[in-house]
Design a protein around this ligand. Structure first.
Ligand SMILES: [Zn+2]
Ligand SMILES: [Zn+2]
Length: 110
């Protein structure tokens, strides 16, 4: 299994089609990538071709998914828009903003 940019992901393949789901590192909200077609050739190179197509589909799915997630510069986790806070000085995830915000200003309404 390749390593994804999120802590959790899953794959779903059926009928020669392959797609991946990536999950927000905080709330586990799911992003499902578009379906990618896998080669259905038979023969000597089938395994190699399938592996290559799989890797390409995975890269493509990650590229797509990254546009729906944001990386927190403090904890390096990838989180969905709902778990991401755009603060005046820094864009960070909600858990880090809560930690930083203890006893300080409340950024909750921004
Ligand atoms: Zn989330
Ligand atoms: Zn964070």
């Amino acid at each position: 299994m390749p390593t994804a940019f999120t802590q959790k992901y899953s794959e779903d393949s059926s009928g020669g089609m392959l797609r991946f789901s990536f999950y927000c590192d905080i709330c586990r909200k799911e992003y499902v990538s578009p379906l990618a077609r896998m080669p259905d050739e038979q023969g000597l190179f089938q395994k190699w071709k399938t592996q290559k197509a799989y890797n390409m589909a995975f890269e493509e799915a990650q590229r797509e998914a990254k546009e729906h997630f944001s990386c927190c510069p403090i904890c390096n986790r990838w989180v969905c828009d709902e778990c991401f806070r755009v603060l005046p000085n820094m864009d960070i995830c909600k858990e880090c903003s809560e930690k930083l915000g203890e006893g300080e200003k409340d950024y909750g309404n921004l």
